[in-house]
Design a protein around this ligand. Structure first.
Ligand code: PMP
Length: 447
């Protein structure tokens, strides 16, 4: 059948066509079942086909689906902003709604720049980020991202923002052990700020757990506290990109809470609506909004569909579902169970080099040699092979790059819906085991 959707403009028929989804499973039009082991792109946090969300959608559609953000607000938008404030213990009473994670990070940066303009410091307009990072696909968001494959074609159009190393402890950029490193990678932020001049730096942006560009790299305790200290010392706002981690994925509503760090601005997306509708947000503290409210009074950003009432109602219903079902706590419990089973599995497969992450955001890095950590040659396309073998076994995994070009090995992310049960985790492991076994057979034939 001819496809007309440009979502995957590669080859007709490469991707199966999905007919419906229920819980952690998706079904294609040929009747094949897929266990959604990645929640799509770490998005379907509450699983598929949840009735409460359909009811909320229907309810809002019966009232109003669109009002223009500079003419009206809506009950749905205000309800959502209030829910986010409640879920973050009142620290983020101000939300600016957008339609994707990329818009959320880019808007977060604009808010930071505007904050300093309103305070009479217009030169403070640079942002510092990390080389292992992904903050989005639009040019501003991509400029802040270190993801080599996604930057490659557009480097001439990008600002070269990323500048510091990430806490990739499996392959420490300084070749140091954690106990002795003194967070050398965090100290790079101080040098970067000084080099750029604190008077020119608006913000520092980081993912609490690095997703697509690092396969669930979770930093050691103390790392983010150190970054926050440096930001405060130089009057630099700290933007947390919680697009992938926000609303329970790592076992806390905010991943930053694992380290007791409160960012000044947070970008949300993905799990904010569990994929039921396109929505994202840049949320901020009183301190950030204050000069804007005293000054020009409105944030110089926004899209026609910002704060779309239908999307806001859906997102509100999703966040209520997360809260009502304690999905953050389930992510924490299930993450431990899944991680233990993965560790056991790794003894059978010597090409599993590193298992890492937090809650239900788990990364696996593959290596050719477990002792030397030598990666597989790139042309071997381990990630691609693993993803397609898994799909044949009815398991969806998310591809990730483990590190900046040439540094890391191939990697995948396992991130099932936060609703996953023990038995479903065991089924995921069974399908993954089949996949790893087939991969092992394939490489023993190739070598
Ligand atoms: N930030 C992070 C941490 C992400 O993982 C992503 C998406 N993978 C984005 C931003 C961009 O979000 P979107 O694809 O919704 O634009």
């Amino acid at each position: 059948m001819k496809r007309t959707s440009l979502i995957k403009p590669v080859l007709d028929g490469v991707y199966p066509m999905i007919s419906h989804g229920k819980g952690i499973y998706l079904y294609d039009t040929d009747g094949k079942e897929y266990l959604d082991g990645s929640s799509g792109a770490v998005t379907a946090n509450i699983g598929h086909g949840v009735e409460e969300i359909r009811v909320a959608m229907d309810g809002q559609a019966n009232k109003v689906s669109f009002v223009y953000r500079s003419q009206f607000t809506s009950e749905a938008a205000e309800g959502l902003a209030t829910k986010i404030a409640e879920m973050t213990n009142g620290t983020y009473p101000w939300s600016f709604f957008v339609n994707s994670g990329s818009e959320a990070t880019e808007t977060a940066l604009k808010i930071a720049v505007q904050h300093w303009q309103e305070k009479g410091k217009p030169k403070k307009n640079r942002v510092i980020s990390r080389w292992m990072s992904y903050h989005g696909i639009t040019l501003g968001a991509l400029s802040m991202s270190g993801h080599p494959q996604r930057r490659e074609r557009f480097t001439a159009m990008l600002e070269s923002y990323p500048s510091i190393s990430a806490p990739y402890c499996y392959r420490c950029p300084y070749n140091l052990e954690l106990q002795e490193c003194g967070f050398a990678c965090a100290a790079e932020l101080e040098s970067a700020i000084r080099r750029t001049g604190p008077e020119n730096v608006a913000a520092f942006i980081a993912e609490p757990v690095i997703g697509a560009a690092g396969a669930a790299i979770s930093p050691p305790d103390g790392y983010f506290q150190e970054l926050k200290r440096i930001c405060e010392k130089y009057d630099v706002l700290f933007i947390a990109d919680e697009v992938m981690t926000g609303f329970g994925r790592t076992g806390q509503i905010l991943a930053c809470s694992h380290w007791g760090v409160e960012p000044d601005i947070i970008a949300f997306g993905k799990g904010m609506s569990g994929g039921y509708t396109p929505i994202g947000a840049a949320v901020m503290t009183e301190k950030v909004i204050e000069p804007i409210l005293k000054g020009s009074k409105s944030i110089m950003a926004g899209h026609t569909l910002s704060a779309n009432p239908l999307s806001c109602a859906v997102s509100l219903a999703v966040l209520e579902y997360v809260e009502k079902n304690g999905l953050d706590k389930n992510a924490s419990r299930s993450g431990i169970y899944l991680r233990n089973l993965l560790e056991k599995l790794s003894f059978r497969y010597p090409f599993i080099g590193n298992i890492r992450g937090k809650g239900l955001l788990i990364g696996i890095e593959f290596v050719k040699d477990i002792e030397t950590k030598e990666p597989f040659p790139e042309e071997f396309d381990v990630t691609g092979k693993m993803i397609s073998l898994a799909a044949e076994n009815g398991l969806l995994l998310y591809p990730a790059a483990a590190g900046p070009e040439g540094v890391g090995g191939a990697a995948i992310i396992i991130s099932p819906p936060l609703t996953i049960t023990k038995r479903e985790i065991e089924e995921l492991i069974r399908r993954l085991n089949n996949t790893l076994y087939q991969f092992k057979e394939a490489i023993s034939q190739d070598t």
